[in-house]
Design a protein around this ligand. Structure first.
Ligand SMILES: C[S@@+](CC[C@H](N)C(=O)[O-])C[C@H]1O[C@@H](n2cnc3c(N)ncnc32)[C@H](O)[C@@H]1O
Length: 352
């Protein structure tokens, strides 16, 4: 058997593969990803053709047959159970039957016993049930002999054009200490315009499935996103009703519903309504697609590719499935750039 040269990764709840993409860019081998959603897994499979994409409902907590598919040593397990999979009512996290996905996750860690485990989630998870969830995740990993560190990040500090807040639990078997690097972009973040201003504005046009780039990249961020990408994919505008266009036209760059005449404030009953990106600041958190957030200049919501740029997905990473699914895949993802930074630091404390 050929000697292994890269650390093997198993991505649980892999989604489209944002987390995996960061690890791949850092030089890891993405061995396999597991998700129960067919469209999402299709995106993962096509972007990671050498990985084994497994469509499986992890709530079944049954891994029979898995060893036949994944028959190499797993060095790192990444991914996190969706946050609705965390509840505590008197019982411990892993003993509460509602937390079946979390239990399956722990069981897979026990089964593969990787050198490192990285769980990503929203930071509000640390405050749930008076901090009980966060404490139990740490304790459960410690019981499996991992030394655990918890890191909260805001992605704009790391050169990602988005103020996304996330928490990473990093568990290590190694005696060495894992250290999350300090952000280098705190004072000069990458802005929304720096991320997407080279993409066709599509004002009034829907855009082709596959497009030529109309201009050269305008900055380092755009150049790095375009690496190895010949054409532009997933850059098609949503067709809005004329009334939506007329209303959003009144909102300036960086504005929101408060910039509209007062009689229009209640047209959408959410406080994020009619929000435009601010071209001179990092973007708000890209979510799974709800049509309340708009481009800083065009009178439409951002395209899937614009969202992907803001999430730091390279343009060569193409999203499949219907457009609703594509928005969800992008919004759900761990930004590859933050995953790469984490993965690169992790490599310093684990070895082959
Ligand atoms: C937050 S997303 C993961 C995003 C991914 N880490 C990335 O960076 O692209 C959570 C994923 O969990 C999957 N999922 C939810 N419930 C599941 C289950 N019972 N079994 C397997 N996958 C599940 C969803 O389909 C979704 O793709």
């Amino acid at each position: 058997m050929a000697k292994k040269t890269r650390l093997n990764v198993l991505d649980l709840f892999c989604g489209a593969g944002g987390f995996s993409e960061g690890f791949r860019q850092s030089g890891y081998n993405i061995l396999s990803g597991i998700d129960n959603d067919k469209n999402t897994l299709d995106t993962f499979a096509r972007n990671f053709p050498k990985a084994v994409a497994i469509q499986k409902d992890l709530s079944e907590d049954n891994f029979s047959g898995m060893d036949k598919i994944i028959n190499e040593q797993i060095d790192v397990i990444i991914g996190g159970p969706p946050c609705q999979g965390f509840s505590v009512a008197g019982k411990r996290l892993k003993d509460d039957p509602r937390n079946i996905l979390y239990k399956a996750y722990l069981n897979l860690i026990k089964h593969f016993n990787p050198k490192a485990v990285v769980i990503e989630n929203v930071p509000t998870i640390l405050g749930l049930y008076g901090g009980e969830i966060g404490r139990q995740i740490v304790e459960d990993l410690e019981q499996l002999k991992y030394k655990v560190k918890v890191h909260k990040v805001i992605t704009s500090d790391y050169g990602i054009p988005q103020t996304r807040r996330r928490v990473f639990f990093v568990g290590l078997h190694s005696k060495k200490d894992f250290c999350f690097p300090e952000g280098r972009y705190i004072k000069s973040p990458v802005t929304s315009a720096m991320a997407i201003s080279d993409l066709p504005l599509l004002n009034g046009f829907l855009g082709e499935l596959q497009q030529e780039y109309p201009s050269k990249p305008k900055n380092e961020y755009q150049a790095s996103m375009r690496k190895k990408s010949r054409y532009l994919w997933n850059h098609q505008a949503v067709e809005h009703k004329q009334r939506t266009i007329d209303i959003v036209k009144m909102v300036p760059d960086g504005g929101n519903y408060k910039d509209l005449p007062e009689h229009l404030w209640a047209t959408r009953k959410v406080n994020i309504a009619w929000t435009r990106m601010n071209s001179e600041k990092p973007c708000f958190t890209i979510d799974a697609g709800h049509n309340h957030h708009f481009h800083y200049k065009a009178n439409r919501v951002p395209t899937v590719r614009e969202c992907a740029r803001i999430q730091s997905f390279p343009d060569r990473f193409i999203f499949y499935g219907n457009r609703t699914s594509q928005y969800r895949q992008v919004g759900n993802a761990v930004p590859p750039m933050i995953a790469k930074i984490l993965a690169t630091s992790l490599k310093k404390v684990i070895s082959l």
